[in-house]
Ligand binder design. Structure first.
Ligand code: ADP
Ligand code: MG
Length: 370
């Protein structure tokens, strides 16, 4: 951490436009290959999120960008400059962790100033920049407070101010909200977005939380097992998942196996195991899904795209219901397997054991490879 805090480069932000990861891989002796040939191009000023389950390699990627971990192979470029083997303190990186890693016995201002003091910045300049950074994270009046007197949310803001004060090329945030309770998480999310909007600093955010990723990011890379499954804007990730994994990891999704039984006029007809058929626009598929008669596909159907309707083609029995305020999350045992559905509060919710018929909102169905 100390290496990074010294990561000061005085004066103006250097012109670093793009962060490129080129076939970046990392193996650990026991864990094996945990980052598998990752290619990414993160644009200047983006709020970019690495999203995936625990252990998929997110932190390892971030640590390689920061210089805290050496890649096994591949390259990291800041603009045209190859920084793959540069020491952390020459990269101009601001890093914020889940556990704030502050000095508890020092004041807020001293914690924030630390990286500048290491670099022997003038006292006057330090004062100005610390005040500006604390204002940016809405802690303007707390400079003299001791860190161990602050709440968790405030401590996380100090950590953020400490990262921003060095005017980093890249702000790296590793699950920064995980230790905060739900309400503080919401507030801190809004604050992070505001800081990003104001400073324009390229931000790389790591989370396993799909809601954070969808709500905050310009673009998201979804990872599993060290591999990138999709890089796209939040809406595209949600509505047009590239793989079955992405569809299942984000939102409440039903992955239903089906067979292509018709192809005409730009439409595709698929048949489910219960023989019911559904016709879609043939564009409703992930890149790389070839359509041919008899081909097996997986139809991704969001829980909110299945509705209870007397003339629906899928018969089932309501097996479970969980009230969630804005609606109810239900499980229906059907002849195509267990299906997740969302029933809005405006609709009378069925009771457990009741038989129901389900209709699929065809325009919301998306086909992926099995
Ligand atoms: P994530 O941040 O997505 O939860 P990590 O990047 O921390 O995942 O870890 C990816 C995998 O690499 C895990 O299996 C983890 O145990 C392993 N790993 C991470 N750091 C080390 C290390 N320093 N030594 C050995 N294995 C590690
Ligand atoms: Mg991690």
């Amino acid at each position: 951490m100390d290496e990074l805090l010294g990561s000061e480069h005085q004066g103006e932000r250097r012109q670093v436009t793009v962060l490129t990861l080129d076939a970046l891989s990392k193996s650990f002796q026991r864990a094996g290959l945990v980052v598998d040939s990752v290619n990414l191009r993160i644009e200047d000023g983006e709020f970019f999120t690495l999203l995936g389950p625990s252990g998929c390699g997110k932190s390892t990627i971030l640590r390689m960008i920061a210089g805290l971990e050496e890649p096994t192979s591949g390259r990291i470029l800041f603009g045209d400059r190859d920084v793959t083997f540069d020491p952390p303190n020459q990269r101009g990186i601001g890093l914020v962790f889940q556990n704030y890693a502050l000095f508890p016995h020092l004041t807020v201002a001293r914690n924030v100033a630390f990286g500048l003091e290491v670099r022997k910045t003038s006292a006057e300049e330090i004062g100005k920049r610390v005040t500006a950074a604390l204002t940016q994270v809405q802690l303007g009046t707390l400079g003299a407070a001791r860190v161990d007197q602050l709440s968790g949310g405030q401590q996380q803001r100090v950590a953020l101010a400490r990262a921003l004060v060095i005017r980093p090329h890249f702000l790296l945030l590793d699950e920064p909200l995980s230790n905060l309770d739900a309400m503080l998480r919401g507030e801190t999310r809004a604050m992070l977005r505001a800081v990003h909007n104001e400073s324009g600093v390229t931000t790389i955010y790591v989370t396993h939380d799909q809601e954070e990723a969808l709500g905050m990011s310009d673009r998201i890379a979804v990872l599993n097992g060290g591999k990138i499954h999709q890089v796209a804007a939040p809406q595209e990730i949600y509505e047009r998942p590239a793989t079955r994994f992405v569809a299942g990891f984000i939102g409440r999704n039903n992955a239903i196996e089906a067979t292509v039984t018709g192809l005409q006029n730009g439409n595709v007809t698929i048949q489910f195991s219960n023989r019911s058929e559904l016709t879609l626009n043939s564009g409703q598929r992930a890149p790389g899904v070839e359509l041919a008669l008899g081909k097996k596909v997986v139809a991704c159907i969001r829980a909110e795209s299945l509705c209870i309707s007397d003339d629906g083609p899928i018969d089932g029995i309501l097996a479970d219901i969980e009230y969630a305020g804005s609606g109810s999350s239900c499980i229906v045992q059907s002849n195509t397997g267990d299906l997740k559905i969302e029933v809005p509060t405006s609709v009378r919710p069925p009771s457990r054991g009741e038989s129901v018929h389900l209709k699929i909102a065809a325009p919301a169905v998306h086909l992926v490879e099995p």
